[in-house]
Design a protein around this ligand. Structure first.
Ligand code: ADP
Ligand code: MG
Length: 312
């Protein structure tokens, strides 16, 4: 479906993309994961033909994006980081405009109705885009990417700036799209890629540092054990008990307090489960555990595990 070969993009002396290659098969939902400035948007702009690379090729179903831009672009629906919405148009007017722009020849009314029902914007067709909430604007952007029914959908940070409820809605929408489309989305949030994607391509400083199925990438992330524990007892004493547990890498008190209880972030060496030892050590001193929750790994943790693993 998509083949990217050795993309390099420089802005002046700065290299934004430093030799990226990967292939994506039909039907995959792939997360492009990396911190701000990693080169995600630049890569997506090159894949979609909005930007040219200094070196490298992009093939969409065999068509090179700069050699056969028309047929290649017809196969891509793109939601850029800042969707180019015309704020004074109504949703219906805008989607008709995109329909014309893309030279779409599917039956107009049926197709636009279908797109609107997929992204659930039928009820705002006559509203002016400017007056819509951020979540609805984002859905209009996604709708415009679906016009012409392109097989490959590329979404650049589709949930950025949305509230938690809207984030869940957009993630569900992406999963639903994944049933009939190949989807690439970029994000700087690990849990988002874990929740939505079958595969993750992790990039940093314009390079791919990991590329694998989400469950494979998860294996060594889950291994990194961090918990938040809330204990009823004097903070300093509890802290020193926790720090002495075998296998603890570090432990620090958190700012929050709840009556006579204090909370701590505690992290163990990989492969060591400290929960039972923690329970017995605190029970022995009559300091009850009021709460224990796993703290999900962050993107920084992933980088640390990846770098440890590769021995870079
Ligand atoms: P991401 O989307 O992962 O946050 P970008 O692709 O936007 O990363 O940016 C990658 C690097 O390229 C960053 O260091 C950014 O500052 C730089 N960059 C992006 N666009 C431009 C531009 N138009 N001119 C100069 N530098 C740019
Ligand atoms: Mg970006």
């Amino acid at each position: 479906m998509l083949k990217v070969e050795n993309l390099v993009k420089k802005y002046g002396n700065a290299t934004a993309v430093a030799g990226i290659s990967f292939s994506i098969e039909k039907g995959e939902i792939v997360g492009f994961l990396g911190p701000n400035g990693a080169g995600k948007s630049t890569t997506m702009n090159i894949i979609t033909g909005y930007l040219s690379s200094n070196v490298g090729n992009v093939y969409i179903d065999g068509d090179e994006i700069l050699e056969k831009p028309e047929s290649a672009k017809k196969k891509i629906g793109y939601l850029p980081e800042q969707p180019p919405l015309y704020m004074e148009m109504t949703v219906g007017e805008y989607l008709n405009f995109v329909y014309e722009l893309r030279g779409c020849n599917l039956p107009r009314k049926e197709h636009l109705d279908e797109v609107c029902s997929v992204v659930k914007i039928k009820d705002v067709q006559n509203r002016v885009i400017r007056n819509l909430s951020k979540g609805y604007k984002q859905r209009v952007g996604i709708a415009s990417a679906l016009i012409g029914n392109p097989p490959l959908i590329i979404l650049d940070e589709p949930t950025i700036g949305l509230d938690p409820k809207q984030i869940i809605e957009v993630r569900n929408l992406i999963r639903a799209l994944g049933k009939n489309h190949t989807v690439i989305l970029s994000t700087h949030i690990l849990s988002e890629a874990q929740a939505v994607c079958d595969r993750m391509i992790i990039i940093d400083h314009g390079r791919i540092i990991a590329d694998g199925k989400t469950e494979e990438i998860n294996k060594f992330i889950v291994d990194n054990r961090r918990y938040k524990v809330t204990v009823s007892g004097p903070q300093n004493e509890v802290l020193s008990i926790l720090k002495k547990l075998p296998g603890v890498l570090h432990c620090e008190p958190l700012a929050e307090r709840d009556g006579d209880a204090a909370s701590f972030a505690i992290e163990s060496q990989s492969g060591v489960d400290i929960r039972k030892a923690m329970f017995y050590a605190l029970a022995e001193r009559n300091y009850p555990i009021l709460g224990l929750e796993a703290i999900g790994a962050s993107l920084e943790d992933v980088f640390i595990s990846l770098i440890d693993k590769e021995g870079v």
